[in-house]
Design a binder for this molecule. Structure first.
Ligand code: ADP
Ligand code: MG
Length: 362
């Protein structure tokens, strides 16, 4: 288990006065995979490097398995080699002049605890087996695909039998098709071993797919955290809603509250939806609606549709995105149909799915 309290890191000599990591509190329960998710520069890598011991914090505390590896109060600092961690970075760092198994053995044959060749090889083979590469053990590293090379990095991290696995954007250098397979492989190995893991990514879909819990970061701080489903379906802040791809946002005013449901008046209609946080009558909100939760029709069957005009459409293969002007607002509606047959200038009625819309305080 990883426990982090009040973690702070600043880089001197930078024009910005903001801390790269600005007071992070975080617990990763034993055996779980937690993702640090956020835009570039928000402090994900720095946080991971602080946990690894590759960077020294300015203040705070980091405990791994109950033992302090860093504490500013108690003046504790355990070096990277003595921390029970395995690290995988974005670049595979696979040595080209070695075979797969030699790459995995190398760290076991160097450093302080030098293992004899047969034992190092046995451990390396075990790790290669875990990541599904045992068959390719004697293949030269350059003859392996990017995905296989990244699995070698993972195997190498696992040979240390770490208590904690730290992964920094391990899929970013892979082609799209390969990315999903290596992602699944990582999750499979992580669950099989039950190894406590911190996974860094800037990709929402990746974070949702692999995580027990998602930690959303901005400017060196944690903005929101929760199980993947909650972060996706019930964001509590505008930043989270936007980052998780809820692109439609309409300003409105609360007219009635009923537990966590609220009635809202919008510039061009009204709706009843879920409230994020405490709202009262008269509160100003932004209503967030996913494109797939806005349906379009030529006739206003319910009498509640919002009258709009099609501006343009984008074809994605499995769906269409229609951009529809409703009053002053441009809304995006995603439709999973082969043919919708609407074009620029066509009048339509837009109906929101009230179950998935969320009102967030403005
Ligand atoms: P992320 O991984 O989320 O993209 P980083 O942790 O790499 O973000 O960076 C956080 C902030 O710290 C950024 O503003 C970055 O420019 C700065 N930073 C990171 N490493 C260094 C460094 N070695 N020296 C100076 N500034 C750094
Ligand atoms: Mg980074």
């Amino acid at each position: 288990m990883i426990e982090i309290r009040g973690l702070i890191k600043r880089f001197d000599g930078k024009a910005v006065t903001r801390n790269a990591v600005d007071g992070i509190d975080l617990t990763v329960p034993e055996g779980e995979l937690v993702t640090l998710l956020g835009p570039s520069g928000c402090g994900k890598t720095t946080t991971l490097r602080l946990i690894a011991g590759l960077e020294r914090p300015d203040a705070g505390e980091i405990r791994i398995g109950g033992k302090a590896v860093y504490s500013s109060d108690d003046n504790v600092y355990v070096s990277v080699h003595q921390r029970p961690i395995g690290v995988v970075f974005q670049s595979y760092a696979v040595w080209p002049h070695m075979t797969a198994v030699q790459n995995v053995m190398f760290p076991l044959r160097s450093g302080q605890k030098k293992l004899p060749v047969p034992e190092a090889r046995r451990k390396a083979m075990e790790a290669l087996d875990l990541v599904g590469l045992a068959d390719l053990a004697d293949r030269p590293a350059p003859a392996l695909s990017g995905g296989q090379q990244q699995r070698i990095s993972l195997a190498r991290a696992l040979t240390r039998e770490p208590e904690v696995l730290l992964l920094d954007e391990p899929l970013s250098n892979l082609d799209k098709g390969l990315r999903d397979r290596v992602r699944d492989e990582i999750r499979a190995v992580q669950q099989r071993l039950g190894i406590t893991t911190v996974f860094v990514t800037h990709d929402q879909d990746e974070a949702l797919a692999v995580s027990d819990e998602v930690i959303l970061m901005e400017f060196g701080r944690i903005v929101e955290r929760g199980p993947a489903q909650q972060i996706y379906a019930r964001p509590r802040s505008e930043f989270t809603a936007r980052f998780m791809g809820i692109s439609n946002s309409i300003p409105g005013t609360v007219t009635a509250c009923d537990d966590d449901l609220v009635d809202i008046t919008l510039p061009h209609g009204s709706l009843r939806c879920v409230a994020a946080g405490d709202l009262e009558e008269g509160s100003q909100v932004n209503v967030f609606i996913r494109p797939e939760s806005l349906s379009l029709s030529r006739k206003d069957a319910t009498g509640k549709g919002w009258k709009g005009t099609v501006e343009f459409s984008i074809y994605h293969g499995d769906c269409w995105d229609y951009h529809v002007r409703v009053g002053d607002t441009l809304l995006r509606s995603r439709i999973y149909k082969e043919k919708v047959g609407l074009s620029h200038g066509d009048p339509v009625f837009v109906s929101p799915d009230e179950e998935t819309a969320i009102a967030i305080p403005a």
